[in-house]
Design a protein around this ligand. Sequence first.
Ligand code: SF4
Length: 114
Amino acid sequence: MPLHDFVRRSTSSATRAVSDTSAADAAVSARPSDDDSVTSWMSAGNCRNYPPAVFFPSDGVGVDRARKICAGCPVADTCLEYALDQRIEHGVWGGCSERERRRILKRRRVDAEI
Ligand code: SF4
């Protein structure tokens, strides 16, 4: 199962408690091939040089660490839009935490209604 599907389906708190480690493990085995046009940008991300668990932190310090890595990432915008489009609930994507992505989506919904 691709990482984004795994993460999107992990919505319960029980699953979430397990997901930090499991999602990171899944990331290793689910890393897309260069042929996958939808996710080929992932191979250019700064995170390719770090353990997947870094991007599924359990506290604010971990989020800040991941954000710093994302800050200079050449595909950060694509990464964020991918996470928003796929409704990925866990982890740091495009330099944004789960909470930040929820805010972005909420803001977009409100803007769309105006
Ligand atoms: S923005 Fe962060 S999570 Fe996304 S590809 Fe870049 S380093 Fe990886």
